[in-house]
Design a protein. Structure first.
Length: 266
């Protein structure tokens, strides 16, 4: 109690001083003797973190289709080991709904070592390999075993580094890639951003090497094309489900559905 009265007296004496000393006194008053005084326990530190532009866990905590649409226009950021940052605007996604979805890696609700990330909290990366060479990146959503495939990005920053990574990848193209060719497909995206199996099960809301920030001017419904997914022809009726979404008129999209776009225009 004497300690508390002393600190209250200090706070009263500082009431006409600048705000920083007042905050310091309040923090001392609310700190237990011997406790860790580091900023991680300060409400001011927490507020600063909350105001960060990085997309947080609550953004990813959406139903799969909703998240797949919400990703459009958001920015994926990758920090390379040398400190360079790669930025790309998400322009194409696909939703995989979990157990009932015959095209999903978690169909039937089966959980394996390979697809474990699909059953983790929303915002967890699921990275898998195809053809023994290439990688694809998904993000878990609400729903048991549900995840969103990131199909294409519009490169915004670090294009030279993306070209270097594409050239260093297996079966690299011999010609110089144009901007629209860098990330117009799920495997190309992973190559250009240096994403491999080591990123599997990482948390997008907390990871230091890969995260998302909000994009400017989110697209409206009229800007989003809804059509069928790519490369799942053996999945029966699920091959016909409209679970692929892309930004209409964007030249960085991997595959354009001209028929659906004509219907939208009509």
């Amino acid at each position: 109690m004497p300690r508390k009265r002393k600190l209250l007296a200090q706070l009263s004496a500082l009431q006409n001083s600048p705000s920083f000393p007042q905050i310091d006194a309040v923090e001392q008053l609310n700190t237990t003797p011997g406790a860790d005084p580091s900023p991680k326990s300060s409400k001011y530190f927490v507020t600063e973190k909350k105001n960060s532009p990085q997309l947080q866990e609550d953004f990813f905590n959406q139903p799969c289709v909703s998240l797949a649409k919400s990703f459009l226009g958001q920015i994926l950021v990758r920090k390379l080991p040398d400190g360079r940052e790669l930025w790309g605007r998400i322009v194409e996604t696909e939703a995989y709904l979990g157990g009932e979805d015959e095209a999903s890696h978690s169909r039937g609700g089966k959980q394996t070592q390979r697809n474990a990330a699909m059953f983790m909290k929303p915002g967890t990366l699921y990275v898998y390999q195809i053809y023994g060479i290439y990688f694809c990146m998904n993000v878990s959503s609400q729903g048991e075993g549900a995840a969103v495939l990131l199909r294409s990005l519009e490169p915004l920053q670090g294009l030279d580094a993306m070209r270097e990574l594409r050239r260093a990848s297996p079966k690299a193209p011999s010609r110089l890639l144009k901007d629209w060719q860098l990330c117009n497909g799920p495997s190309k995206l992973c190559q250009a951003f240096g994403i491999d199996k080591a990123f599997d099960q990482r948390d997008l809301s907390q990871d230091a090497a890969i995260w998302m920030v909000p994009g400017q001017d989110p697209p409206g419904e009229q800007d989003v094309v809804t059509t069928t997914r790519i490369g799942i022809g053996s999945s029966g009726e699920w091959a016909l489900k409209p679970l692929r979404f892309y930004l209409r008129g964007n030249r960085f999209v991997s595959v354009v559905d001209k028929k659906v776009e004509r219907e939208m225009a009509a």
